[in-house]
Design a protein around this ligand. Structure first.
Ligand SMILES: [Fe+2]
Length: 344
């Protein structure tokens, strides 16, 4: 019996030695997602943003601005430049910028006009100031074309993510005021009404149908799916929403996920689109420095989970092997306020 015990002990030592020579992934390595996107919108450099350190701690591969990077609301380009400069001088943001690639789009307040669109008088000038802030090179094709839309590809050993940022301001036709005092705008069903404009539509169609990415994120500053609230939304352009869904289906692009902001609330919207082999999600993340704290509810037939009316940012992590994404609405110090997982 004693010999048997000694033999067992020797075997245990042998096995444990053998184990040590194999490279087993640490808990940290096992837990690390294949790709991490962090994003947010509605940010005032004059107000404290409690999230920059948390966002950096997430170790994201990219930060995506969803618009309203600053609240300039001006046609004075010197003033616009000065307000963007304030954002660049926020120490915690500067630290993030030094370590993480930053991309994104604008919305109305950094464009320069509240709820503004194609008729904004200095949109050309504002575009160049925006591209300066985003440090887009002077010889980039983005300097030559109208609008701030762009696409970015990220290749990893396990798979590829494409992030398409739309411009929902530069070409957007006028909104129609609603007579209902509880609603700001009502849907425009006319043929000419547009969110993206012809050139951007053609570009988007190519970006999606030519995409070889495993996941394709589309950042639209304004909400796409939640269309009933009467504020700005693709819902005010039902034909454009239909066109977007058709293009997504016909492109056969894999894993399309919509991102949005603007509302000073955060929420998940999700729907089935005919012909799309997975549900279409619109992840709204808005209110980095200020939120719709008095929010008391609004209809959204596509909502999943609860509306977050506290300040927040969004994080999306990707698992290429399992074709899974984990979407999280984040509060301060790593608090998860809402979460949605989706397989593709
Ligand atoms: Fe905003």
């Amino acid at each position: 019996m004693r010999h048997f015990t000694i033999l067992l002990a020797m075997m245990a030592v042998l096995f444990s030695c053998k184990k040590k020579t194999e490279k087993t992934p640490t808990v940290e390595e096992q837990a690390k997602p294949d790709f991490i996107v962090a994003f947010g919108s509605c940010n005032m450099p004059q107000e404290p943003n409690p999230f920059w350190d948390d966002i950096l701690a997430e170790n994201p591969n990219v930060w995506v601005w969803g618009g309203d990077i600053v609240y300039a609301d001006t046609d004075d380009m010197d003033r616009l430049r000065a307000i963007y400069a304030m954002q660049d001088s926020v120490p915690a943001y500067a630290k993030l910028k030094a370590e993480v690639p930053i991309i994104g789009t604008w919305d109305d307040h950094d464009f320069g006009l509240n709820d503004g669109g194609a008729n904004f008088s200095v949109k050309k000038e504002s575009q160049q100031v925006f591209l300066d802030f985003m440090e887009v090179p002077a010889d980039s094709e983005r300097r030559m074309r109208e609008g701030v839309y762009a696409s970015h590809e990220y290749e990893t050993p396990k798979g590829k993510v494409k992030i398409i940022v739309l411009d929902t301001r530069y070409f957007r036709s006028d909104l129609i005021k609603d007579e209902d005092p509880n609603r700001r705008y009502k849907p425009d069903t006319s043929e000419e009404a547009t969110v993206l404009g012809d050139a951007q539509w053609a570009w988007l169609q190519e970006e999606l149908s030519g995409s070889t990415a495993d996941f394709n994120l589309i950042m639209s500053s304004i909400q796409v799916l939640s269309g009933e609230h009467g504020f700005e939304t693709w819902g005010n352009f039902p034909k454009e929403t239909e066109k977007l869904e058709t293009i997504i289906v016909q492109s056969n692009a894999k894993g399309v996920i919509l991102l949005s902001g603007d509302r000073h609330i955060s929420e998940f919207s999700k729907t089935d689109v005919a012909g799309l082999p997975y549900p279409l999600i619109d992840f709204t993340s808005s209110g980095l420095t200020h939120s719709y704290a008095s929010f008391s509810g609004e209809p959204n037939k596509y909502r999943v989970g609860e509306v977050v009316s506290d300040k927040s940012y969004g994080v999306i992590t990707f698992d290429f092997d399992k074709k899974e994404v984990d979407l999280k609405i984040m509060g301060d110090n790593g608090t998860v306020l809402q979460e949605l997982k989706q397989s593709y």
